[in-house]
Ligand binder design. Structure first.
Ligand code: SAH
Length: 248
């Protein structure tokens, strides 16, 4: 897929993946009691809707937000400034597979809709050293929510996300990686639509007019629409699941 057109389609969205404020706050409650002054790492932060939710909910937190794509970090910084939350925020353009932090640097690691870039197991393994003992990792991961999902959805995700497992298998993987499980819940269907697919669809409509003569752009648009179409038909058989995990 042409990544310039992909990023054009994904410009100026509230989020770059499913999620909502209520789910971020619910996961934060499941994380349990946290020190008043804490250091949070938000990985694959995108334009940072969840970063700002965390900044508001944790007034004593310093937050380091990491993403590979600079324009998302620009969007996050602008939003943080507008909300007067930029004083406690640091952004870093880096690869979440090679983070330049010392072991035990963080009380809380957050990763909404981003661990899939490494693979769930690899992300859990690589990030563990960054947590202090007792620190918490909260992340969302795409998983099957039913034991016998529709064939059309299975075929789509076989290429879209070959590693996709049943939600309980991810819990098993988290335990095997040496975490305690503090909680887990699927994101509601509305978390896909309101701040992600609905605004993305509006971007795609405008782009289809702007790029009417560009077959590569139209291919990117069609691929995005295919994903939304599978979700419209089969979005109850799979979903993003929040996992809240503690390093013992
Ligand atoms: N957490 C945000 C964004 C999720 S989309 C939200 O929920 O809205 C996944 C994000 O991960 C994108 O912003 C993408 O640029 C970023 N990303 C992908 N691979 C990455 C990597 N290797 N290192 C850091 N960020 C990465």
């Amino acid at each position: 897929m042409n990544s310039d057109f992909f990023f054009e389609a994904h410009r100026n969205l509230p989020r770059q993946g499913p999620g909502d404020e209520a789910s971020t706050l619910r996961a934060l409650v499941l994380a349990g009691s946290l020190p008043e002054e804490l250091h949070v790492l938000d990985l694959g932060c995108g334009p940072g809707m969840q970063t700002l939710v965390l900044a508001r909910a944790l007034p004593g937190a310093r937050i380091t937000a990491v993403d590979l794509h600079e324009p998302f970090l620009d969007e996050l910084r602008a939003r943080a400034r507008a909300a007067d939350l930029d004083g406690r925020l640091e952004t870093l353009a880096a690869d979440m597979a090679e983070l330049p932090f010392e072991d035990g640097s963080f009380d809380l690691i957050w990763a909404e809709g981003s661990i899939y870039n490494l693979g769930f197991d690899r992300g859990l393994r690589l990030w563990k050293r960054l947590l202090r003992p007792g620190g918490v990792l909260a992340c969302t991961e795409l998983a099957w929510l039913v034991s016998d999902p529709p064939q059309e959805a299975v075929r789509y995700w076989e290429t879209g996300y070959p590693g996709m497992r049943q939600a309980p298998a991810n819990m098993e993987a988290a335990r095997a990686a040496g975490y305690d499980i503090l909680g887990s819940f699927p994101l509601p269907l509305s978390a896909w639509r309101k701040d992600y697919y609905d605004p993305l669809r509006r971007n795609l409509e405008a782009m289809r007019v702007r790029r009417a003569d560009d077959s590569e752009a139209l291919e990117v648009i069609a691929a995005e629409e295919a994903e939304m179409d599978i979700f419209r038909r089969h979005g109850t058989s799979y979903g993003y699941v929040f996992y809240i995990l503690r390093k013992p």
